[in-house]
Design a protein around this ligand. Structure first.
Ligand SMILES: [Fe+2]
Length: 313
């Protein structure tokens, strides 16, 4: 249950988000940019899809995009409270459930045997914000398949809409929109801060929320890596993000052709470190644009957090 102050902040956020969603410009950290996609790029992507449609390469790309897996990642921290040693977090990002609907069933199959302490999702549940209702049923099935003692926390992405908030909360998802909450084990706590998407919908409230969190072990959930430096400056230990799909269509060795990132481009995939803060950019579960993946893997990530033990001897 939200406090009166948080309810009022949410109300103001929803009004502002609705205005931004109807605008042709997108506010970024530096300036407003056009939201229109480059028609030449769109043409190139479509042309590529048509050119390879009847080749084995196309079938391989489809198979790659529709095959998801749980990737196990161990993370070690000096600052993690002892009570959280072994704490596990299931991370899913960029599901785009209306673009490739088959992926919902694949996700359920993958996570049904996974037991974790917490599930976090970092945005882009839909492809088209205008038909967001289409993702509610499959998302509810996924949430029902999650087995996490501390529940499901989520943030919104640039393909998402403020209209998702009420139905998401009805299905038991705890949305964090420039908000922080804590998780307790014994006498210790860790803090989770979730921000609204900074790629299309950046506001100063995002950085304010990072700054408002309490000292302690802190995790930031943000749709894109763009706020990596602000999170580090505010003492965050772990930054979980997505948006890039790991490049989705990559050259061999995972070299991306396009990333849709204004900043933090070198943090486009996997584990990274920025001045002592650990980050992880999930490769995304779903796909957008074309239902293909090359040299990237659809990924659900299961993190296990460990306390760094001092070296002996
Ligand atoms: Fe995104």
């Amino acid at each position: 249950m939200l406090s009166k102050t948080k309810k009022e902040a949410r109300r103001k956020w929803a009004i502002n988000r609705a205005v931004m969603e109807s605008d042709s410009l997108r506010p970024t950290l530096s300036r407003k940019k056009s939201r229109k996609k480059n028609p030449w790029f769109e043409l190139l992507v479509k042309g590529f899809e048509i050119a390879i449609r009847f080749s084995p390469l196309y079938q391989r790309g489809i198979k790659n995009a529709k095959t998801t897996m749980v990737n196990h990642v161990e993370l070690v921290f000096d600052s993690l409270p002892d009570e959280f040693d072994g704490y596990s977090i299931l991370h899913m990002t960029d599901l785009h459930l209306d673009f490739m609907p088959e992926i919902a069933q694949k996700i359920c199959e993958q996570i049904q045997s996974v037991k974790a302490d917490l599930c976090v999702m970092t945005g882009d549940y839909a492809n088209l914000t205008s038909s967001y209702q289409n993702i509610l049923d499959p998302l509810e099935k996924i949430v029902s398949a999650v087995q996490c003692r501390d529940g499901v926390f989520a943030t919104l992405g640039n393909h998402d809409t403020h209209k998702m908030v009420a139905p998401f909360e009805q299905m038991g998802i705890r949305l964090l929109i420039n908000e922080t909450c804590d998780i307790r084990r014994g006498s210790s706590r860790i803090f989770i801060t979730g921000l609204d998407d900074p790629h299309y919908y950046y506001t100063r409230e995002a950085k304010k929320a990072l700054g408002a969190s309490t000292p302690g072990f802190k995790i930031a959930l943000v749709h894109t890596p763009a706020l990596y430096d602000a999170a580090r400056d505010h003492g965050y230990d772990l930054y979980l993000t997505g948006h890039t799909h790991g490049g989705q269509i990559c050259l061999p060795k995972g070299i991306p052709l396009i990333l849709h990132l204004d900043r933090g481009r070198k943090y486009y995939r996997g584990k990274w470190n920025y001045r002592g803060m650990t980050g992880y950019t999930g490769q995304g579960v779903g796909a957008v644009g074309i239902p293909l993946r090359y040299n990237t893997q659809s990924e659900i990530t299961l993190f296990t957090l460990h306390v760094k033990t001092p070296a002996t001897g």
